[in-house]
Design a protein around this ligand. Structure first.
Ligand SMILES: C[S@@+](CC[C@H](N)C(=O)[O-])C[C@H]1O[C@@H](n2cnc3c(N)ncnc32)[C@H](O)[C@@H]1O
Length: 304
């Protein structure tokens, strides 16, 4: 069988995608989701969508585009995105971010809040973290384990709020179920595995209820004009998401995220990503870590 390397599909399974059809889909995906599909992605698009066309009884991409246009609910558009985006993730991915959280960010917040909270300590202050582009939940549950381990038994620990959003309903539904194969946990510390994983049989593990209960999952397109959340976050993780975006979309999403980070708070991006030095409003801290300076520091022109 003649298999195409990037899609894993046998070439004869692919429904042909004409230039104008590819251009139409690429424009739609860019306009709605900020995701840039260069010409080299044509075979990938046809590979990932051909099965869907067959399920729907569409003989050509022209038929599929007509169906997309006729679907006022947007559910087929969402289904198409589920198939085009990569939801790959695993627990404690890019572990240096988790080390930075425990070694720097959390101690900093604890110190600052303890000084403000007097005898009430941290209890008066919520600690809010947002996993933006959470895929199937691996990132946010890793955070949940780390925070639960640090604070759950602490007297007067902070009120923890974890938000996890993604555009893909399929990924979110897997996230809410919280059941994963063994291969997702290769980077998970043994103590956390013991404490927070329950055997679900057949080599699968489910996340402990106390961790699942810490997280609110919501669907959100990061390219939207406005986000519905009230309040800001101490830390936002938007890792390996903007990788799909072109410079303009990346810049727009970064500006949006900036509004949702508290002064002194942090943005983590993937280690293979970077923000444009000239246009992004964050202060660079170290690779894949950025900070929103406090107003006072910005005005005095110093660094945090
Ligand atoms: C590779 S996963 C990253 C998961 C996790 N953050 C990590 O680093 O392991 C990328 C996720 O970004 C989501 N995504 C892509 N474009 C998006 C958009 N415009 N709005 C929200 N989520 C988006 C995809 O659905 C996918 O689940």
């Amino acid at each position: 069988m003649n298999e195409h390397a990037e899609t894993g599909f046998a070439n004869e399974d692919l429904i042909p995608l004409r230039n104008d059809e590819f251009a139409y889909i690429a424009d739609l995906v860019y306009g709605r989701f900020g995701i840039h599909l260069p010409d080299q992605k044509r075979v990938l698009v046809s590979g990932r969508l051909s099965k869907r066309l067959r399920q729907l009884g569409c003989a050509t991409f022209g038929d599929y585009i007509a169906l997309l246009n006729a679907d006022g609910s947007g559910s087929e558009l969402s289904e198409m995105m589920n198939r085009l985006t990569t939801n790959h993730s695993f627990f404690f991915r890019e572990s240096s971010h988790f080390d930075f959280l425990t070694g720097t960010v959390l101690p900093e917040l604890e110190k600052e809040r303890a000084s403000r909270g007097g005898s009430q300590g941290l209890a008066n202050y919520p600690l809010r973290i947002w996993s933006a582009g959470c895929a199937s939940g691996e990132e946010v549950y890793s955070l949940g384990m780390l925070l639960h381990d640090r604070y759950a038994l602490a007297v007067g620990g902070p009120d923890l709020g974890l938000l996890a959003t993604d555009i893909s309903l399929t990924a979110l539904s897997t996230a809410k179920q919280g059941v994963y194969g063994e291969q997702k946990f290769t980077e998970t510390p043994e103590a956390f595995r013991k404490r927070y994983l329950r055997s679900a049989g057949a080599g699968e593990w489910s996340i402990a209820e106390e961790i699942k209960n810490m997280v609110l999952f919501k669907r959100l397109n990061l390219m939207a004009e406005n986000y519905p959340m009230k309040g800001q976050f101490d830390v936002i993780l938007c890792r390996n998401v903007m990788i799909y975006f072109d410079q303009e979309s990346r810049s727009r999403v970064t500006q949006n995220l900036y509004r949702y980070v508290k002064e002194g708070g942090y943005l983590f991006i993937g280690h293979s990503e970077s923000l444009n030095r000239d246009t992004n409003p964050f202060e660079y801290v170290k690779p894949a870590v950025y900070r929103k300076l406090s107003r006072a520091t910005r005005i005095s022109g110093g660094t945090a």
